[in-house]
Design a protein around this ligand. Structure first.
Ligand code: HEM
Length: 277
C-alpha cells in the first residue's frame, strides 16, 4: 500500500489537539510540582522538588502554571460558546457530535460491559463513547474545583478578607482530594483505556496527528462511520497517514507523558504511608 492511500479518518481538529496538548503538559507540571509539595517529608518528594529549584521553586511554578491553566480553561469556554453560537444551540448541544451525556450513553455503557464480558457484539459507537464524555466532564469540573480552590490558596491574605480562615483549610483539603482523584483517573484509567486497548497498543496517536485508522473506526465506531457515509461527509474526512518522522515525534511525546505519569503514580503509591494527613 502506498503512503498516499487515504486509510485514515480525521477525528480531531487542530484546535482540539492544541487544547489537549496544553492540558497534557500543564497537568503533568501541576502533578509533579503539587506532589513535590505533598511529599515534602520523603526523599522522593525532595528529589522531585529539586527538579524545580526546591520547594519554593516548585510552589512558584505550580501557581504560575495554575494561573495559566485557569486562563486556558476560560479560552476553552469562550471557544465552546463560539462553536455553539455558530452551530445553533439545539444541534450543538443535542447533535451526535455533542459531548453532553444522554440516556443512550447508559444503554451504551451496559452493552459495552456485555461486550467486555463476551456476551454480545461491540456496540455501534458514534463519535464519542460514554467514557470519552465522562473524561471531558471530569476535567471540566476538575478545572473549576482545582482552579477555584488553587486561586484561594495562592492568595491567602486576599482570600481571608472574603472567606473565614477555616475556609482555607477546607479549600486545601478539597484541592488535595480532587488532585488525587484527577491524577488517579488520568494515570490509571485514562492511560489504560486510551493506550492499552488491543486495537491501539502501545499508543493511540489520534490526539496528536488528528486522525485514526479507518478500519479500526469501522469496527469500534460503526455508527459514526455509517453516519458520515450516509451524509456524504466521509470522503472529505479521509486523510493519509502522517509521515514517519511525525509518527516518531508523536510516539515519543505520548509515551513520554505516559512514562512521567506512571513514575508519579508509582512514586506516590510507594511513599503514601509517609504523607502527613
Ligand atoms: C491539574 C491540576 C492540579 C493538580 C493535579 C494539582 C495538585 C496539587 C497538589 C498535589 C497539591 C499539594 C497538596 C498537598 O500538599 O497536600 C497542590 C497544592 C496547591 N495547588 Fe494545585 N494542583 C492543580 C491545579 C492548581 C491550580 C489551577 C492552582 C491555581 C493557582 C493551584 C494552586 C495550588 C496551591 C496554591 C497549592 C498549595 C501549595 C502549598 O502551599 O503547598 N493548583 N496542588
Amino acid at each position: 500500500m502506498t503512503t498516499s492511500a487515504k486509510t485514515r479518518i480525521k477525528r480531531f481538529t487542530p484546535m482540539q489537539r492544541l487544547f489537549h496538548l496544553t492540558l497534557m503538559l500543564t497537568f503533568l507540571i501541576q502533578s509533579a510540582t503539587g506532589l513535590a509539595r505533598m511529599y515534602h517529608e520523603t526523599g522522593w518528594g525532595q528529589g522531585l522538588a529539586n527538579l524545580f529549584g526546591g520547594f519554593s521553586g516548585a510552589l512558584t511554578i505550580h501557581i504560575a502554571v495554575g494561573i495559566f491553566m485557569v486562563c486556558a480553561f476560560v479560552v476553552h469556554l469562550a471557544y465552546a460558546i463560539f462553536l455553539l453560537s455558530r452551530r445553533g444551540m439545539v444541534a450543538g448541544l443535542r447533535g451526535p457530535d455533542s459531548l453532553i451525556p444522554g440516556p443512550g450513553d447508559i444503554r451504551e455503557f451496559i452493552s459495552h460491559l456485555r461486550w467486555i464480558l463476551g456476551l454480545s457484539a461491540h456496540p455501534p459507537l458514534d463519535r464519542w463513547g460514554y467514557w470519552e464524555k465522562f473524561d471531558y466532564w471530569a476535567v471540566f469540573w476538575g478545572m473549576i474545583i482545582l482552579g477555584g480552590t488553587g486561586l484561594l490558596l495562592a492568595t491567602p491574605l486576599a482570600s481571608s478578607q472574603v472567606i473565614p480562615g477555616w475556609g482555607l483549610n477546607v479549600a486545601f483539603w478539597v484541592h488535595r482530594i480532587e488532585a488525587i482523584l484527577a491524577m488517579a483517573h488520568i494515570f490509571i484509567i485514562h492511560f489504560f483505556v486510551v493506550h492499552l486497548r488491543r486495537s491501539h497498543f502501545p499508543m493511540d496517536s489520534a490526539m496528536f496527528d488528528g486522525s485514526t485508522d479507518l478500519e479500526t473506526a469501522r469496527n469500534e465506531r460503526s455508527a459514526w462511520v455509517d453516519r458520515l457515509t450516509a451524509s456524504g461527509e466521509l470522503g472529505t474526512r479521509l486523510t493519509v497517514a502522517p509521515p514517519a518522522h511525525k509518527k516518531i515525534i508523536h510516539l515519543i511525546t505520548g509515551l513520554g507523558a505516559v512514562a512521567i505519569g506512571l513514575f508519579l503514580l508509582v512514586g506516590s503509591l510507594m511513599h503514601a504511608t509517609r504523607i502527613t494527613w
